[in-house]
Design a protein around this ligand. Sequence first.
Ligand code: ADQ
Length: 452
Amino acid sequence: MGRLVIVSNRVPDPRERNKPAGGLAVGLADALRGDQSTLWFGWSGRQMEADADPVPSLDTHGTVTYATIPLTPTQHRGYYQRFSNAILWPLCHYRLGLMDYARADWQQYLEVNRMFARVLAPLLKPDDIIWVHDYHLFPLAQALRELGVTAPIGFFLHIPFPPWSLFRALPPATALLDDMKAYDLIGVQTEEDAQNLWECLRVEGMTDPSRVVACPIGIDPVSFSEEARDAFEGPEVRRLRESLHDEPLIIGVDRLDYSKGLEERFHGYEKLLIRYPEHHRHVTYLQVAPVSRGEVEEYRLLRRQLDETIGRINGAFAAYDWTPIRYLTRPIARQTLAGFYRLADVALVTPLRDGMNLVAKEYVAAQNPDNPGALVLSHLAGAAPELDEALLVNPHDSDAIADALHLALTMKKEERRRRWNILNNEIRNTTAGSWARDFLKALNRTRKTGTG
Ligand code: ADQ
């Protein structure tokens, strides 16, 4: 078996590897628990001025060697903050109005991808299989091919991919798609994303539709469920439970990102309090939303807006012995989070768009089979086609969120169990491990023929 080379924008720090707050790191960490020798290459998270290509730092833990490089402040801004997170991210989440394009950022993005290729190429060995992750690195395969790399190269996109009618609004859309043809296989989360991407690549002349596959990412449900059981007995869950006085808990867990629909979700909860006053002084909604991409203007604005909305709702509805919304903006240890999921009667997961959404799957895995909670899920999350026994809602419809919350809070145990059993089977069918195995098997089969 040859070596697996993973490339992602960010490689998590060794000391933080057991608690990453981001879907890609969580999915890959779960998928990498096998015995295959692996090189994981990417940005260290550090910035450093330099006038030549960086030398990678190598750090081996078990079967995985982490090779990381710093970025210069100029690269970090143009490639990461601007082109990846202020242009591609909104576009791929169908938020054209938030896309803030400048040609200089595109050039910096291409240049960093070429630099990644130049630094990675000498680390490669003849039998390697290369698996590149996410929108930061769309052009990487083409850059590697230009340096003579002939290894199989696969790509997985963790976020949604919009239809051609939207994607073509990106000024370098065709150049980007043209570069993507250098991948042997491209995986996306859902059938809808696969159709959208295939439509775009076909416009660019790709002829073989089997090179784009829907391959939904999962979690490690067995270990997550064990973590939840253990954490349930721990001091953090006990303190949270005691603070609730046997009253119901709704939980939301998201990176603080406009794609997660937090503002709309708070409006839905507010509607619950307006239209179903029987929940006053009983229900508590705990929203955990660690700050993410705080350097990007749109994220700073969002944070201010949410502070205001939560302050307003709490001000309007709180009683001297009851706070309707508890709001945390720092990450929580994964194990504690698992215990909180198990304690919560309802999970509220309502992104406006999401590649998959692992929180929904984690919530299902964490439940007590005898008395599981209910999942309220956006039908626009990539997880919705698999998790269609959740209470599916349109995240833009605050009344629909309120109705679903009321239904979830009043649902009989038998019905919760029926739905949970189906959801639990789903998340046990497609796991992080099976996702990685299935993708890599397909990549091994699909060597680029040079025709399609
Ligand atoms: P994300 O947008 O980061 O991922 P998600 O899939 O929900 O979204 O994953 C978040 C992960 O971070 C979860 O494992 C969650 O437990 C963890 N996390 C979130 N908040 C946390 C907190 N406060 N403390 C600790 N951990 C926290 C991207 C795409 C998704 C896609 C994933 C994986 O945007 O659509 O599902 O990649 O492909």
